[in-house]
Design a protein around this ligand. Sequence first.
Ligand SMILES: Nc1ncnc2c1ncn2[C@@H]1O[C@H](COP(=O)(O)OP(=O)(O)O)[C@@H](O)[C@H]1O
Ligand SMILES: [Mg+2]
Length: 370
Amino acid sequence: MVTKGDVMKALEKVMDPELGRNIVDLNMVRRAEVEGDRVTVEVALTVPECPLSAQIENDTREAVRRVPGVKEANIIMGAMTDEEREAAYAKVREGYQKQGKGAHPAVEVEPLKLGMSDVFAGVKILAIGSGKGGVGKSTVSANLAVALAAEGVKVGLLDADIYGFSIPRILGLLDVQPTVLDENTLLPIQAYGVKLISMGNFLQEDTPVIWRGPLLIKMIEQFLNDVDWGELDYFLIDLPPGTGDVPLTIMQKFPESRLLLVTTPQETSVHVASRTAHMAQKTNIRITGIIENMAYFVCPHCGERTEIFGHGGTERMASELGVPILGRIPIEVSLREGGDIGRPVLATAPQSTSAQVFREMAQKIINEKI
Ligand SMILES: Nc1ncnc2c1ncn2[C@@H]1O[C@H](COP(=O)(O)OP(=O)(O)O)[C@@H](O)[C@H]1O
Ligand SMILES: [Mg+2]
């Protein structure tokens, strides 16, 4: 007979590689249920978009499978609440202090050491966020930056999505290295009038990125301190998805920034985007607009319009938050292709609906001083 005790004992061997403690110790095991020879375990990660998720999931499954008598191991991955995460971090911190060690690199977020007022004085900062990945946040960030530049304003773009950096590909800047002027000066790379800095220009696309939180913040600090952005009117930031520490910290670093939320009309996307919105409100970041992506698809053959991801969720969120929907971008092959080949839709298909929507949004942002 398999008991819950056996399972918990086995789970004590599963480590969070970064925090250096086992998942039982960190209270990451939400649930462990035994039904005969079937075991269900739910693990809550400290950060939802944790790059170590697959490893922890595999280790958990292996550990449960090795318990004598277990035939089936069902592992469910979830994420901790803010309070749970703080409690887990507090434990790590305490353990570190007991051993007389300093700050744990994955737990302590250091404030940005930055004379931000000098570098970004008068620059309008637009952070582009989403509740989850895959909704087109990077596609929107890159194309909006190109559209703004096409209107004649000076645009910088920071690809802060270290886990899923994709802007260099979208702008055709893969394998382009920023020029290093001297030890402390890096020049951003440029395409379509947009100045860009991205982790993607320092790493290969398939490099496993296991940095989290604070290391990323350090990297971003360096991007902001050491990059000579020159004169800018707008500074766009492609945030990592979700409500993890990283997007939160970045937003806090730019108290003057405005948040643009990207969502699809689908309920789950709207739901998670609302969570990001509430996080922003907690830190007093103003949300200036919602961009609905993948709003609909028009069949190129018969012209019929299909709302692939449904309808209505975005409106509800807009009215709940009291912010406008800046634009609705359809699902278009030319937009996706542009991203794949590194030539934005504004250049390849300027008459397409998505190109038009990007132009209109850029004009709104400039004219309404968003
Ligand atoms: N409106 C759209 N029409 C067609 N493809 C899109 C659209 N928006 C995004 N995509 C495609 O969906 C994928 C995910 O988009 P991406 O911008 O990388 O999302 P995120 O940054 O939110 O993870 C990409 O392959 C992109 O080309
Ligand atoms: Mg992205």
